[in-house]
Design a protein. Structure first.
Length: 97
């Protein structure tokens, strides 16, 4: 659960630390950790694009949508992990496989 919720507050750092510490305890933790970390890296790229496009006003729309999306999917991922179900973030680039 912390892997998903930690990303909402600490970006990619919380999922990375939790995944590195607990990934060998269970395949499910390993899988959720990889997904959460990939999601946070993808979001980071979106944030960079959003901040870069603030100059042309598009970022004003992109950034709030990214923050809301990150929070919603973080909560959904945490609920799935709590219920021991698989969760896949949409639109995620698979950096870690």
């Amino acid at each position: 659960m912390g892997i998903h919720l930690g990303g909402a507050f600490f970006s990619w750092l919380a999922p990375l630390i939790i995944w590195l510490v607990f990934r060998e305890r269970s395949p499910m933790i390993d899988d959720h950790g990889k997904d959460a970390l990939n999601w946070q890296i993808t979001l980071f790229i979106g944030y960079v694009i959003g901040y870069a496009t603030l100059i042309i006003i598009i970022g004003i729309i992109i950034l709030p949508l990214l923050y809301i999306t990150a929070l919603i999917f973080g909560i959904l991922g945490a609920i799935a992990a709590y219920n021991r179900r698989q969760f896949r973030y949409p639109f995620t680039i698979k950096f870690i496989k």
